[in-house]
Write a protein of this length. Structure first.
Length: 167
């Protein structure tokens, strides 16, 4: 598997099978914030994502936002609303924040999954860190200008990849 290949491709966070994660030995779930958990054009996570978070926590998973967002107040507000920890300015695709989370929560690489909507930041960071990765579709078409450019390249790299949960 290459640096730009995810372990799995799923339509959205709320369609990820929590029980399969737990059965697969996952203990820590690292999630991107913008357009993964919270649409870029919104301030709060949708109800279906919040419900997924509640269920995942009820199954014993530790969840943590790992965001490149430089607005730490936004990251911390979302983390509080979701009842989890959050880290901003993560500098993905560098794996530094992922390694810090592994140490902070005392888990091993094979017990961790990183979920995100961007191939060249989220998935690359997870792969460089040696953790499982899940690429989800962005929740909104609203993106930063440079992310929009990268989305065009993503479409080429992804080709005809099928996302679980899409019709």
């Amino acid at each position: 598997m290459g640096i730009f290949s995810a372990s799995a491709y799923v339509a959205s966070v709320d369609r990820i099978d929590v029980d399969a994660l737990v059965d697969g030995g996952v203990k820590l779930v690292l999630l991107d914030r913008d357009n993964t958990c919270v649409p870029r054009d919104a301030k709060v996570a949708p109800k279906d994502v919040c419900s997924w978070f509640e269920y995942a926590q009820s199954k014993g998973l530790t969840l943590c936002l790992v965001s490149n967002n430089i607005h730490l107040d936004q990251v911390q507000r979302s983390a509080r609303e979701l009842g989890i920890d959050g880290v901003g300015c993560a500098l993905k695709p560098l794996p530094t924040a992922v390694f810090a989370a592994l140490r902070r929560f005392g888990v091993k690489k094979h017990e961790t999954v990183l979920i995100g909507d961007q191939l060249f930041t989220d998935i690359a960071a997870g792969n460089l860190a040696g953790v499982k990765t899940i690429l989800v579709r962005p929740q909104s078409e609203v993106d930063l200008w440079y992310t929009k450019l990268l989305r065009h390249v993503e479409r080429i790299v992804l080709g005809h990849v099928k996302f679980e949960g899409e019709e």
